[in-house]
Design a protein around this ligand. Structure first.
Ligand SMILES: NC(=O)C1=CN([C@@H]2O[C@H](COP(=O)(O)OP(=O)(O)OC[C@H]3O[C@@H](n4cnc5c(N)ncnc54)[C@H](O)[C@@H]3O)[C@@H](O)[C@H]2O)C=CC1
Ligand SMILES: O=C(O)C(=O)CO
Length: 329
């Protein structure tokens, strides 16, 4: 019935089958504000919009002012750092996200980054591709073991736990973690007795690999800065798999250039796409990826499907699995 149809604004490309689910029940506008040719259409649609679905675009207070009818935002991401949480709560706008469906894929990516950095995979693949492999390689091109080393996980949530399983059960690594709270043994499953909660400073001092999987919040901004790098072993490798804001990039460059740490593997950056002039792009000790944590065909589709379901459920007056709890915001 037309009276139950809502105005939905899709602000990032959705797979055809998920777009069709929305169109079957509601009136849908597709306009991505990051694409210059679609920007005007996006802002023109805001005053009528009751539901937004998309990702990778900051939703500001000023933008919410232009969307007085908005009831729900469904993010095609687990991270919610692009949204003004307190303001959404005050305005009574529901926020949904996609926890769980991307956990294993993101842990795969982060573990690949850890392996690639430690074993120098991109550098040595380029060595072969460029025709430099003329004789057996020497120790100047050797990497460092991953198995048996100590992994330090900052943020023992869904992705942190998935990383810990790979490390402890697959690679025989010692796993230390720091989190807002100690994970009860009863929630550790096969990891019971295999992972150890430690204070953050102890983790930074002892870990061979320091991995960030904490969300970006005011509290975690520059969690990995000059002070943290100074505590690490000179052989430490830093991996950022969560958000660019966690790492102070100037301090990281200084730590790499002064041999305070060995290397860094980065999937995320303070500014994305990474500006071409960023020294991190070509740094010999950095493996940089274009924010591909969840970027597989299967997982990106599962995220879109969950975000679409979340949106449809909120509009139908139901409580979706991916509703983000704004009460603490
Ligand atoms: N690179 C990529 O493509 C992806 C990045 N992410 C990022 O990873 C983050 C984590 O995702 P999930 O594991 O699903 O979230 P989660 O909410 O399950 O886990 C986050 C953990 O961090 C802990 N934490 C929060 N603040 C902390 C602090 N100040 N100190 C120590 N621990 C703290 C929380 O207690 C929680 O256990 C997301 O918020 C997102 O930013 C997620 C998916 C893909
Ligand atoms: O879901 C997220 O938060 C991402 O960064 C991309 O999957």
């Amino acid at each position: 019935m037309s009276s139950t149809r809502h105005q939905i604004l899709v602000f990032r490309e959705l797979p055809e089958d998920q777009l069709a689910r929305l169109q079957a029940a509601h009136d849908v506008t597709v306009a991505n504000p990051r694409v210059a040719a679609q920007r005007d259409a996006f802002f023109a649609a805001l005053p009528q919009t009751q539901a937004l679905i998309g990702s990778s675009y900051p939703i500001t207070d000023a933008l919410l002012d232009e969307a007085p009818q908005l009831q729900v935002i469904s993010s095609i991401s687990v991270g919610v750092d692009n949204y003004p949480l307190a303001s959404l709560r005050e305005r009574g706008i529901a926020l949904c996200h996609t926890p769980g469906v991307l956990t294993e894929t993101t842990a795969d990516t982060i573990f690949a980054l850890l392996m690639a950095t430690s074993r120098r995979i991109p550098e040595l693949a380029m060595y072969v591709r460029s025709g430099q492999w003329q004789r057996n390689i020497g120790k100047d091109l050797f990497g460092w073991d991953v198995h048996g080393k100590t992994l330090g996980i900052l943020g023992m949530g869904r992705i942190g736990m998935a990383l810990a399983r790979r490390a402890a059960l697959g690679f025989g690594m010692r796993v230390l973690y720091n989190n807002r709270s100690v994970v009860p043994e009863s929630e550790l499953g096969a990891l019971a007795g295999q992972v150890h909660y430690v204070a953050r400073d102890a983790l930074l001092r002892e870990a061979d690999f320091v991995v960030s999987v904490v969300p970006s919040t005011p509290e975690t901004k520059h969690l990995l800065g000059a002070e943290a790098f100074a505590m690490m072993k000179p052989s430490a490798i830093v991996i950022n798999g969560s958000r660019g804001a966690i790492v102070d990039e100037d301090a990281l460059l200084h730590a790499l250039d002064t041999d305070q740490i060995r290397a860094a593997g980065l999937d995320v950056f303070a500014t994305e796409p990474l500006p071409v002039e960023s020294p991190l792009r070509t740094h010999a000790k950095v493996v940089a990826l274009p924010h591909i944590g969840s970027a597989t065909h299967e997982t990106r589709h599962a995220m879109a499907e969950m975000a679409t379901s979340n949106l449809l459920q909120v509009l139908a007056g139901e409580q979706p699995a991916g509703r983000f709890d704004l009460s603490q915001a």
